[in-house]
Design a protein around this ligand. Structure first.
Ligand SMILES: [Zn+2]
Length: 319
């Protein structure tokens, strides 16, 4: 029986971002085509999209922001907060479905119906702040999943690995005072790469000091640099944190063909990166892991990397 869950639905193509925008619906078409062509989609258990409850959402984001987003979409505004964050009339509802579908994946893993899951959703989430959209992101999907794990499932220690090439500022800010939410982000150095946060000195706040690990990578970084950073800095935390659940903010824009950042890793790196996290999940939390799409803007590279990543999720129990 297929035990990797997959959120993959045409509804996520209804968030329209306008001509020439890199965060486009075609990203999901490319992913879907490749997963089907390689026989991977059929090996997964499909998870039906489900909208998040707005009351619950409003305890992660401010109610004011959630209402403002709803109204901006209703009015037909072209963007919210920043010209990067383009929206259309359907964007609010699609964003509610994206966040809610991740929670459905989490529920499936916690119920034991599936071992792990990949959520091919958009809009992405890791730049969204409590009160504002930023960098193509409307809702903080992964931080919302952490709150859901706590409140619905009583899960304490959650590890989040964000390997999108851009720093996950929103996720960090929403979780940085929480000692039981270990946030690791490996990304292009903030001196050169958007959004300009994620220095190594940012290690958490208050009770959460030490539960944020930022690893900035210099322009031109390649596979060997990523391998060294994972071996020296990420693996020890994966081994010692004793996570009860692992979430991946899976952006694929560190790929060398990606147009949005000067970091240049190969498709194959996403295989050993996936395996290292899956090993930690297997060791500490019975494999409980949900991976959520963030960036990745070269359509061919994105499709290749996602299919490789999903094949590794499947390998854990389907070989
Ligand atoms: Zn990114």
């Amino acid at each position: 029986m297929a035990r990797t869950g997959l959120v993959l639905d045409d509804v996520f193509q209804r968030h329209l971002t306008g001509p020439g925008h890199p965060e486009c619906p075609e990203r999901l078409v490319a992913i879907s085509d490749r997963l089907i062509e390689r026989g991977l989609a059929d090996r997964c258990t499909r998870i039906a999209p489900r909208a998040i409850d707005v009351e619950f959402l409003s305890r992660v984001h401010s109610r004011g922001y959630v209402d403002r987003l709803a109204r901006a979409c209703e009015r037909g505004d072209a963007f919210i907060d920043t010209a990067d964050s383009q929206i259309c009339g359907d964007s609010y509802n699609v964003a509610l479905l994206a966040a809610g579908s991740i929670l459905a994946a989490v529920d499936g893993v916690m119920a034991g119906d599936i071992h792990n899951a990949f959520c091919a959703i958009r809009p992405p989430g890791h730049h969204a702040e409590r009160d504002a959209s930023l960098g193509f992101c409307l809702l903080s999907n992964v931080a919302i999943a952490v709150k859901h794990l706590r409140e619905r499932h009583g899960v304490g220690r959650v590890l989040i690995l964000d390997w999108d090439v851009h720093h996950g500022n929103g996720t960090q800010h929403l979780l940085e005072e929480d000692p039981d939410a270990m946030f690791i982000s490996i990304h292009g150095h903030p001196q050169y790469v958007y959004p300009g946060t994620g220095y190594a000195e940012e290690t958490g706040r208050g009770a959460g000091r030490g539960a944020t690990l930022n690893i900035p990578m210099l322009p031109g970084s390649r596979d060997a640099d990523y391998r060294a950073a994972f071996d020296r800095q990420i693996r020890p935390v994966l081994e010692t944190f004793a996570a009860e659940f692992i979430l991946i903010s899976a952006g694929f824009d560190a790929h060398r063909l990606d147009p949005l950042a000067p970091v240049e890793i190969e498709t194959e790196s996403f295989e050993w990166m996936s395996d290292m996290v899956l090993d930690a999940a297997g060791h500490h939390c019975d494999g409980r892991l949900v991976s959520v799409l963030e960036g990745g803007y070269h359509l061919g590279a994105l499709a290749d990397c996602v299919s490789l990543h999903v094949s590794r999720l499947l390998m854990r129990h389907d070989c």
